[in-house]
Design a protein. Structure first.
Length: 543
């Protein structure tokens, strides 16, 4: 702790929450303040006693009389209690319970502007003017901000349209536009027709780990992503605890941010979010990846090799006329930030796997009235420990039932009822305020169907699973198309684990290195250390 640096004291019982929020606060304050954390009021008092006199400027914590409630809910902490114990030099803020992420962001925006505006870059930079935006639009923005750790100032003005402003400039409310305006992702100087050595489709754990290794191997690499970088790992409700190097676990959002930063350390790696792959044409010797930007512009990217790492999209309900309810009570997938939106409301979770169980516990701990609707038995797919917790905490569980219909309010269009059918109870009706669907995923491979890449049930077939693919020269993660490789959750047989995805990305680049050594012509015209080395080997006659 530095004597010269003012301090912010953060008090919260959850160690993962304290660590992640402390990092977020440090980024908001751009190093101008030290952040001291404590698990409870006693630890906080000890920390304050150790601080230099007058150094404490802000306390973020639960009110003492509500501390047990906040511990149980594990939500965002209320701001600044203990007014009789905090030194007079510290500011004290009180927010309604349960507080929202908006409350915390607004506090930093206002406090930073009033006290030390030069120390707060991000909170002042992003402003959202709600206008007459629908609940679905606002909810989508909140999720976008959560997944990308973006804080903003919300304005409930009288404007007609939703507007997102960065440094006073209106930008498109999409991950690509906002991240670009904030400078989170470096500008790509290479032109769209640059001859890349490797194009990676998907910026999840497997794609980003491959980008790290490709840059180290000397490959000019382009990573394209049609949504937020980070993939499904960023949406993890619980801390990721099965990844090497993080014995206490790490949040999915934090891990994804670190992965993006790591991949972009190499000057050979470009990341273009907001770009969707539309088709793949394997030529001789190079490959064209046809893409479309969020503005609707289409063009082809030339690549020596391609790595398919697009992951999965949530599996949709197989019922008619429900698309209009998405964002209006119906949500595919649950995020940790959704807990605060659902406090005290009736929430249905559709699904019977681990993701559904984690979501149910998240909402139950946030004070929601939770109902689980599962097509099978929980014992079929949910892990034993999680199932035991779900059965203990969630009182309303319905197994072996099919969701057959969703009903909306005639005036608002919002979801109000779910109808199910099972052999034991027949037709049942559930009144709900929100419904979260967690029934697995489907691989993002529809765009590959005309390319000739072999698939089974839309999962890409690679290496040993290909007919005749068990030979000595078989390259791991290679598809049936020359120069095209696949990793992660789009690949048949995936275990859907972060550690496995990262390992596959690393191993795939090793296979790609072998491929270009066997086929140096694919790097002709390339502008990278790998292409230079291929030309040297060609001249010298070595391989």
């Amino acid at each position: 702790m530095s004597d010269s640096k003012p301090e912010i004291l953060l008090i919260h019982p959850d160690p993962h929450f304290r660590r992640d929020l402390a990092k977020q606060i440090e980024s908001w304050c751009v190093g101008a303040f030290g952040v001291v954390t404590a698990a409870n009021a006693g630890d906080a008092m000890a920390a304050m006693n150790d601080m230099p006199k007058g150094s404490l400027e802000l306390v973020i914590s639960a009110r003492i009389e509500h501390l047990d409630l906040i511990m149980a809910k594990r939500g965002w902490a209320a701001l600044a209690m203990m007014s009789n114990e905090v030194p007079d030099t510290a500011e004290v803020f009180t927010l309604p319970l349960p507080p929202s992420r908006e409350d915390l962001e607004d506090l930093f925006a206002c406090w930073g502007s009033a006290r030390r505006s030069e120390a707060f870059a991000v909170p002042r930079a992003v402003t959202v003017h709600r206008g007459t935006a629908s609940t679905a639009q606002i909810r989508a923005l909140k999720r976008l901000f959560f997944l990308n750790a973006i804080t903003c100032k919300w304005e409930a003005d009288g404007g007609e349209e939703l507007a997102v402003m960065v440094d006073g400039r209106t930008v498109r409310p999409s991950p690509a536009s906002i991240l670009d305006a904030l400078g989170r992702i470096p500008k790509v100087d290479r032109p769209p027709d640059f001859p890349y050595d490797l194009v990676i489709v998907g910026a999840g754990p497997s794609g980003l780990s491959a980008a790290v290794c490709a840059g180290a191997a000397g490959f000019s690499t382009l990573v394209i992503e049609n949504d937020s970088p980070g993939g499904k790992a960023a949406t993890s409700i619980n801390p990721i605890k099965n990844y090497l190097g993080f014995p206490d676990g790490i949040s999915g959002v934090t891990l994804s941010q670190l992965a993006v930063q790591h991949a972009l350390q190499s000057p050979l790696v470009d990341l273009r979010p907001g770009i969707r792959a539309t088709s793949l044409q394997v030529g001789n010797p190079r490959i064209d990846v046809h893409v479309e930007t969020e503005e609707g512009t289409s063009y082809a990217v030339s690549a020596a090799t391609v790595l398919l790492a697009g992951g999965q999209d949530p599996r949709r309900l197989e019922i008619m006329n429900h698309e209009g309810l998405i964002g209006r009570g119906l949500h595919y997938g649950a995020l940790k930030c959704d807990q605060l939106e659902e406090g005290g409301r009736r929430v249905a979770v559709i699904g019977g796997g681990d993701s559904a169980g984690q979501a149910a516990l998240l909402f139950e701990s946030g004070g929601s009235d939770v109902t689980i609707l599962s097509r099978g038995e929980l014992s079929d797919k949910m892990s034993a420990d999680l199932r035991a917790d779900v059965i203990q905490e969630v009182g309303d569980i319905h197994e072996k039932c099919d969701v057959i219909c969703l009903e909306a309010d005639k005036d608002t269009g919002a979801l109000t009822e779910i109808y199910t059918w099972d052999e034991r109870h027949g037709l049942e009706r559930f009144k709900v305020d929100s419904c979260y669907v967690m029934i697995g995923g489907v691989p993002c491979t529809a765009w590959l169907r005309p390319s000739g890449v072999k698939m089974k049930s839309d999962y890409v077939i690679t290496d040993a699973r290909l007919r005749g693919g068990r030979g000595r020269d078989t390259l791991m993660f290679a598809t049936n198309r020359p120069g095209v490789f696949a990793v992660g959750d789009i690949r048949i047989g995936s275990a859907r684990r972060v550690g496995q995805a990262v390992g596959q990305g690393v191993a795939a680049v090793a296979s790609i290195e072998k491929y270009v050594r066997r086929n140096p012509a694919v790097l002709e015209g390339g502008q990278s250390p790998a292409a230079d080395m291929a030309r040297i080997r060609s001249i010298s006659g070595t391989n």
